[in-house]
Design a protein around this ligand. Structure first.
Ligand code: ADP
Length: 155
């Protein structure tokens, strides 16, 4: 049976930290699905269609990585995609507290679904979508943190 991992997140925007987790995930699983969670009540800074197109291009030469978006429960989406693993990244103890709670809940909702954590690479430990959004909003150069050029924000 194929080992399919879902890597769920907001990815607003997708960063080099996320990229590092995907690349390492490909070494562990047969397929990695980047699953962009969307929530109609939460406004994204970077449009979903733009992000999906960037990620499709970024992984065009990697047939084992695909990009999907979903709404609702992540556990439902694992069923829909046939994923048996959730892939997540850990940077620090704050991530751990949050991720631990989510992983426990997901396991209750979907027994047998395993969450696999990869500890961040040291060079990516300080990279966060929140900080990148802030720097970009105020016109700072974020090119060293992201794998593609971010669109200018309209005023
Ligand atoms: P969410 O809104 O679900 O937390 P994110 O897009 O912020 O989604 O992050 C998705 C996953 O990637 C989370 O598991 C997060 O801990 C992990 N992650 C984010 N940034 C990094 C990084 N720099 N290094 C390793 N993992 C990271």
């Amino acid at each position: 049976m194929k080992r399919i991992a879902l890597f769920p997140g907001s990815f607003d925007p997708f960063t080099n930290g996320h990229l590092d987790i995907v690349r390492r995930g490909v070494g562990l699983f047969d397929e990695v699905i980047i699953a962009i969670g969307t929530n109609s009540s939460k406004q994204r800074q970077f449009p979903l269609a733009w992000l999906t197109a960037q990620l499709d291009a970024l992984f065009a030469d990697e047939p084992r990585v695909s990009v999907r978006s979903y709404q609702g429960l992540t556990t439902e989406f694992t069923r829909e995609t046939g994923a048996s693993y959730l892939l997540r990244g850990l940077r620090n103890t704050l991530d751990f507290e949050y991720e631990n709670a989510i992983a426990q809940a997901n396991r209750q909702l979907s027994p047998g679904l395993e969450t696999v954590f990869l500890v961040t690479s040291p060079t990516q430990a300080a990279v966060s979508s929140t900080i990148i959004r802030e720097i970009h909003r105020f016109g700072g150069d974020v090119s060293q943190f992201v794998p593609f050029t971010l669109p200018a924000l309209s005023a």
